[in-house]
Design a protein. Sequence first.
Length: 275
Amino acid sequence: MGILDGMKEIRERNIAKRKEKERRKQEKAWNKMLQNLNKDYNKALKKIARTPIEFNVSQNGILSRIETKSGIHIASYTVMVPTKSLEIYATQPPMFPLTCICGTFIEKPMPASVFVKNVRVGLRKEPFFLPYTAMPTFSAKKVYEEKSNWNPLIERLNQDKKLRGLLKDLPTKTEVVTDVVKDIWGNVKRTTSQVHKVNDKDDNYNTVCQVIPFKDKSLVTTRHMMEKPKRIEHAVKTIVRIREHIIDYGYDHPMTGQIPQPWANTIEVFLSKKG
């Protein structure tokens, strides 16, 4: 073996060692992120749910099964997004939590699908429950003002100021690191982040909460961004409170409603699975 071949072999070994070192750092960062997230979830839910909450980690997210102290079973799915590459930042985990979807089935039907939109009332925007009807030109404010397809359950939900306060506290944006620039010594010079948010505008159907009749039961779902992981408490409280309203309303005609946003399908699948 010549000198150049020897130098090449040494260089390749050093590169392999560095990559392995970065991989281990990233694995450590991943485990630490999961531990911190699990700690946040358990701390947030300890007063209202049976803890500890366990994580079932998959390639694209984290499934948690939550049981409230009153016996309500809620599924939670935290969607993860990958970092740009293994080498962008060895101390960052390979995946970041982006959004959390929670939901439960209620053994009671409801008249029609409803969802939550931020509607400008005066100088401020406030969350209100609206009936869902797909239409070519939609305006949340117009539906709210004209009370189109309104029913007493929607009125009941909107009169619950505490419930709407919980919805208002669900985060609608989060920042995810997408790239890291290093200098020649490997020190971080700057990071680039991407802001993800629920683009809740007057003319679209984007929402943080949807409630859908499934024949003789109803699906209640929420979605919030992971800017503040402990806000899962607000999501669970929201679901419990909506559940109480639907049960008290006492509707008993099986119905099948439209799904305003496809993310509700995700939680419906998990709820339908046993275990």
